[in-house]
Design a protein around this ligand. Structure first.
Ligand code: 9WO
Length: 238
């Protein structure tokens, strides 16, 4: 069964964008997943084909109209999760990505202007999802990010390397550093242990590095990992 994504946007030309290339693009061609981008403006009803209007209560900018977006949703809604990409959404996690990839697909709504009329968010039960604490000019790049994260997990898209990597992230650690040839470059040597052929020592080094990097860069992940009862660190805290 094909994993299906419908994207509602005022800029349908932004899709599939980068998802038409590389492994995701090949899997798209093979029917593993499908993407249809729909122009929200096609559901405008007045002679100016307007999709936005001024905010009640005043203020800068324009708001995406509830009636127009509602009609656009009716055209694609079949019970799949319907998600609005928004900086005030719940943070996207690998766990949520895994659930979405395991389902039939998604309907993604990309806002523009200053935002979307709150009533259509509530009436359609749109789930608001954020990909990070920053503001974009529209939800489209965030939709591409969410789709990339889901598609790479679909069976047959990436093979076994991806699932192994994903497990390591799900274990709550950031990745250890990688090196390849040449062994000496610009006066910089590869860590000795990686050339040793000593597999247990290599695994221990990678584990310690992953833990150090996680502690240093993501104290939030590190704390959650311990709260979840993960194994004790192999390295003393600084
Ligand atoms: C913008 C905004 C700013 C402060 C507080 C709440 C907010 N909501 C929105 C919003 O929904 N904006 C719409 C979509 C219209 C303007 C551009 N949009 C948007 C989505 N900008 N940034 C995102 C986004 C989506 C997911 N993850 C991070 C950012």
């Amino acid at each position: 069964m094909t994993w299906r994504a419908d994207v509602l946007t005022l800029f349908p030309e932004m899709f599939p964008g980068p998802l038409g290339l590389s492994l995701a693009g090949r899997a798209h061609g093979e029917g593993v997943w499908s993407l249809a981008a729909h122009d929200i403006r096609a559901h405008a009803t007045d002679r100016h084909r307007s999709v936005d209007d001024t905010p009640f209560g005043g203020g800068a900018g324009m708001v995406l109209r509830a009636d127009v977006l509602d009609a656009a949703l009716t055209a694609v809604d079949d019970g799949r999760p319907a998600i609005l990409l928004s900086p005030r959404g719940v943070a996207l996690t690998q766990a949520r990505v895994r659930d979405l990839a395991a389902g039939p697909g998604v309907v993604l709504v990309c806002g523009r202007y200053e935002g979307v009329d709150q009533r259509v968010i509530e009436a359609r039960g749109l789930e608001e999802v954020s990909i990070g604490d920053f503001v974009l000019s529209g939800g489209e790049p965030a939709a591409l990010v969410l789709l990339d994260a889901c598609v790479r997990l679909l069976p047959g898209v990436m093979g076994t390397a991806a699932s192994a990597e994903e497990e390591s992230f799900s274990a709550g650690l950031l990745e250890y550093p990688h090196y390849t040839r040449p062994a000496m470059w610009a006066g910089r040597a590869v860590p000795e242990v990686l050339l040793s052929g000593h597999h247990a020592a290599i695994a221990a080094w990678r584990r310690a590095e992953a833990e150090r990097i996680t502690r240093e860069r993501r104290p939030d992940l590190w704390a959650r990992r311990h709260a979840a009862g993960a194994v004790a660190s192999t390295v003393p805290a600084p």
